[in-house]
Design a protein around this ligand. Structure first.
Ligand SMILES: *Cc1c(COP(=O)(O)O)cnc(C)c1O
Length: 412
């Protein structure tokens, strides 16, 4: 039975939880930087599923690896060895410079894993008295949607009415080295980890001052605290470097990856660390039925290869610079654009308009052939697939320019 967009939206609204507020467009096909709705309209995908589709929709090399692996085996659980996890584990750890990986599925799970690993290290290595380990996190953070993770959030829509929350957390302002210093000087002997996003993606692409990450890292060293980088969104080329912490020559003690690790095919996440940290978790003490499944391993290896072979970090920097330049030009022209910020192809503009919101702007941009999503009331994020070409960036810029002009007039 053929259903229209309106009918499908109604059907979903009736039978699926209302835990999202999507832009009203029903997509049925994706290829590279483009997606198509069921009416056949083509759009630039400038959300890339929150940076998960960095390699573009259905990248041929990833599809091939996935198809080939599906013909052999998809899951065998960690009760047995499979012939892909060892290969993937060597591949990803060599590429990113860690001894070991702990494979998980979603980003939130990987964050939970990193918290457990940090606590374990805190008790076994740092010798924090049992029950007293503290994790320091940042205001404005987004690490996913589980109970432990929303306990760190200061966004009421994320935490309200889900109490009681996880104890053992300290939330400090982001981009505030002094705040970290204060908490570490007060109770650093009990702190096992400082968990931070190199750029706060969901908060609206909040880029900290230069030097923030490296100064925080130094404070962590001084107080024997693990620096835990949540690079689920910023990692794997998005900001113009393989990892966003590379911009400040910082190497996270525990690195959290997800999203683009599977090129938009299936949930694949990872926690990486050196063996002195990782081996504090013993057999039977943590796991996941699907974590490290052979299909995920094959897909993740192919996804990483695409990022490296196609120099996607470099391209993110090059195309991001152009896009940011164009947005800054628009900012000069339109006073309601109060800020343009970002790094590589993780970019946002802040809208300060009396009567119209970021949502309204996204709807105009959609009408003109590009999909993006507002974060909060006033921020529009631009995060296209990193495979985007010169011509495609030009095309996208002209859509955004035209849309902003329409937004500024009273036409809409
Ligand atoms: C998206 C995101 C997560 C959560 O990932 P899920 O796969 O949605 O659970 C965690 N941390 C950051 C920084 C993210 O952007």
């Amino acid at each position: 039975m053929k259903l229209s967009s309106a009918e499908l939206i109604k059907l979903e609204s009736k039978h699926a939880a209302h835990n999202y507020h999507p832009i009203p467009v029903v997509l049925s096909k994706g290829e590279g930087v483009y997606v198509w709705d069921i009416e056949g309209n083509r759009y630039y995908d400038f959300l890339s599923s929150y940076s998960a589709i960095s390699q573009g929709h259905r990248h041929p090399a990833i599809m091939k690896a996935m198809r080939e692996q599906m013909e052999r085996m998809t899951l065998c659980s960690r009760a047995f060895y499979n012939d892909m996890l060892p290969r993937y584990a060597e591949h990803v750890t060599k590429l990113l410079g860690y001894d070991m990986i702990l494979p998980m599925n979603s980003g939130a799970e990987a964050v939970e894993t990193a918290i457990k690993l940090s606590r374990k290290w805190g008790y076994k290595v740092k010798q924090i008295p049992t029950g007293q380990a503290i994790v320091v996190c940042c205001k404005g953070c987004f690490h996913g949607r589980t109970i432990a993770v929303i306990s760190m959030s200061d966004d009421p829509s994320a935490y309200e009415d889900y109490s009681p929350y996880l104890p053992g957390l300290r939330s400090i302002p982001y981009n505030d080295v002094e705040a970290l210093k204060t908490v570490l000087e007060a109770e650093g002997n009990l702190v096992c980890a400082f968990l931070v996003e190199p750029i706060q993606g969901e908060a609206g692409v909040v880029v900290p001052d230069e030097g923030y990450l490296s100064k925080c890292y130094d404070l962590c060293r001084k107080h024997n605290v693990l620096f835990v980088g949540d690079e689920v969104q910023t990692g794997l080329g998005r900001t113009g470097r393989m990892l966003a912490t590379e911009w400040e020559n910082v190497r996270s003690d525990i690195l959290i990856l997800g999203k683009a690790l599977s090129g938009g095919t299936m949930p694949v996440s990872a926690v990486l660390a050196n063996s002195d940290i990782m081996l504090t978790i013993q057999p039977g003490e943590h796991g996941s039925t699907y974590g490290g499944n052979p299909l995920a391993c094959a897909v993740a290896m192919a996804s990483l290869d695409v990022i490296v072979n196609e120099r996607l970090a470099e391209n993110a920097f090059k195309q991001g610079t152009k896009l940011m330049q164009a947005l800054n030009d628009l900012k000069k022209k339109y006073s309601f654009i109060s800020q343009v910020r970002g790094k590589g192809l993780l970019i946002a503009i802040v809208i300060n308009h009396q009567s119209k919101s970021a949502w309204d702007l996204c709807m105009i941009i959609k009408k003109n052939g590009l999909l993006c999503k507002p974060t909060h009331e006033d921020i529009v994020r631009f995060a296209p697939p990193l495979v985007i070409t010169d011509d495609q960036v030009e095309g996208a810029i002209s859509i955004v320019s035209k849309s902003i002009e329409e937004f500024s007039s009273d036409k809409c």
